[in-house]
Ligand binder design. Structure first.
Ligand code: NDP
Length: 508
């Protein structure tokens, strides 16, 4: 049964609305999705769900606990027996239907994502939600085209590899790209026949709720996907500790990733960790400067800089440095910080007060470390009356900092970048690698040999040359060093969520 509050909520996100209009927020409760039903948390506790653009609560998110996780695990366990044996073609058609329904409800999903995260509606419409349906479509079709390896052992035996679903997958995702990242985990996990218990960030629960509704409509059997809403300590932690959840796919910060790894290790769980980044963006003097500047503005400030792949450390070869900085600042200052729901807004709100305070802390630290604030650096005038208490911060550019300082080494995860000149290729490779992270990097040059040399020597899971955020769902995705363990995407994800079993048949 869908809770009456849910129906109202669904209507509310269906139209362009002002969340502050919801006076009776008690009736707008988000529920967990367990065993195909929308259910309240067993403990009956809820947390305020705040709209970052207004700083006001507009709905209530379950503050679930280990009892809700237990209930979800029971449902997932029951569903596994049938789902894991459901033919791939049938699983595929359900996932394709989910993709179609997300596309059908694009506006509703995009509005919900924008309101929950503070990101511009245009970004949610153009990137987050289309990518979520692509994730389902991609893995729905991928499972129809897999191959099993076979190995012939001289005259002795014939081996083949069975790749079987592993059971219940625990999927934990962050707030910056809520549906984009959650569906990136759910789609491959259930496509190959696992059942799942998923936990979105408590800050951004809404599109997971809408996804649950769509999954039900698409005919996904009860218990295949269960969504438990709540905090990391109360829901994420019991998931990583649960003996029946044998697979954990986690995306989030490095500090949390370490806790997840610690919880999973003694239980020998299969774990994938997609963690933080402090990505270098390197511009050589021979680059197409217009393209490099446009790409760099995007890679610096997309989603208010809250993309793990954002290039927050910009290095520019000295002959191009002054001109790059001048043009970059000119372009970045044209980005319109505004109400996320308004057309024309380029930069929305930061996801939470805590995150906004973190961004401000690092800008203050940059001043203390000797940096010069070349753009931004303090809270902007609120874009309108509705957003007067929102969590806004403008695109901020810092120059003059040494490479080895905290601002250049620690992840800020906001609209703040540093720009530093360099003279030599080997020097900038040293700068790029001078961090504990290794998620992604960009190199802008017209010299192909140099591009190959850089790609070989930079320590990051992805190297983009003359582009940023070009994502092919087939390629391996993940980080080196403290940016993560394991790879997701394409074949890597299909392998991660399955158990390879060797069957050896003697040749008589
Ligand atoms: P967090 O690490 O704080 O949280 C990620 C998820 O883990 C949330 O759902 C959180 O719950 C949950 N969680 C918190 N504590 C625990 C725990 N002890 N056990 C299990 N789960 C827990 O990250 P943020 O949400 O702040 O996201 C930002 C971070 O994510 C950045 O560092 C960014 O770089 C990284 N990221 C990495 C990506 C990648 O692909 N490498 C992609 C996107 C982001 P809750 O918040 O509800 O308490």
């Amino acid at each position: 049964m869908i809770d009456p509050g849910y129906n109202r909520l669904s209507r509310v996100v269906s139209r362009m609305y002002t969340p502050c209009d919801i006076v009776d927020k008690d009736s707008v409760r988000i529920h967990n999705f367990i065993g195909g039903e929308f259910v309240p948390p067993i403990g009956g506790k809820y947390l305020d769900n705040i709209e970052p653009a207004t700083g006001q609560p507009y709905s209530l998110v379950p503050d679930s606990d280990s009892r809700d996780v237990e209930r979800a695990v029971d449902a997932a366990e029951k569903a596994f027996a049938t789902w894991s044996r459901t033919p791939a073609a049938e699983r595929s058609s359900i996932l394709l239907r989910i993709a179609e329904l997300i596309d059908r409800d694009l506006d509703k999903f995009a509005r919900a994502e924008s309101i929950d995260t503070g990101k511009p509606l245009s970004l949610a419409r153009g990137l987050d939600i289309p990518r979520a349906s692509s994730n389902f479509r991609f893995f729905a079709t991928a499972i129809l085209h897999t191959e099993n390896e076979a190995h012939v052992t001289d005259g002795l035996a014939f081996n083949y590899t069975l790749r079987q679903p592993r059971g219940i997958a625990g999927l934990i995702s962050p707030w910056n790209l809520p549906l984009y990242l959650l569906s990136w985990k759910i789609a491959p996990a259930i496509a190959v026949g696992n059942t799942a218990v998923a936990k979105p960030s408590e800050l951004t629960p809404m599109t997971a709720l809408l996804l649950a509704e769509v999954c039900r409509e698409a005919g996904l059997p009860a218990g295949v996907l269960n969504i438990v809403q709540g905090t990391g300590p109360n829901v994420g932690s019991p998931m990583t500790a649960h003996p029946k959840i044998g697979t954990i796919s986690f995306t989030g910060g490095t500090v949390t990733g370490r806790k997840v790894a610690e919880a999973c290790a003694p239980l020998f769980k299969k774990v994938s960790l997609e963690l933080g980044g402090k990505n270098p963006n390197i511009i050589f003097a021979d680059a197409d400067l217009d393209a490099a500047i446009a790409g760099s503005v995007r890679s610096s400030f997309a989603n208010q800089g809250q993309v793990c792949l954002c290039g927050s450390r910009v290095f520019v070869e000295r002959p191009a440095y002054a001109e790059f900085v001048r043009q970059f600042i000119e372009k970045a200052s044209q980005l319109r910080v505004g109400d996320p729901l308004e057309t024309g807004t380029d930069q929305g709100a930061i996801v939470s007060k805590t995150q906004l305070d973190k961004v401000k802390f690092y800008v203050d630290l940059a001043r203390q470390e000797g940096g010069e604030i070349a753009l931004g650096g303090s809270a902007p005038v609120p874009p309108n009356d509705r957003c007067k208490n929102g969590y806004f911060f403008p695109p901020t550019v810092i120059t003059g900092l040494p490479v080895a300082c905290r601002v250049n080494r620690e992840e800020i995860f906001g609209p703040v970048i540093t720009i530093t000149p360099f003279d030599r290729e080997d020097e900038v490779i040293g700068y790029a690698n001078d961090t504990e992270y290794g998620l992604a990097s960009s190199v802008w040059t017209q010299n192909l040999n140099r591009a190959h040399r850089m790609a070989e020597q930079i320590h990051s899971g992805t190297v983009w040359v003359n582009c940023w955020l070009v994502r092919d769902l087939r390629v391996p995705f993940g980080g080196m060093k403290q940016s993560g363990v394991g790879r997701e995407g394409g074949e890597e994800a299909l392998r991660f969520f399955t158990e390879p079993k060797n069957v050896c048949i003697a040749k008589n």
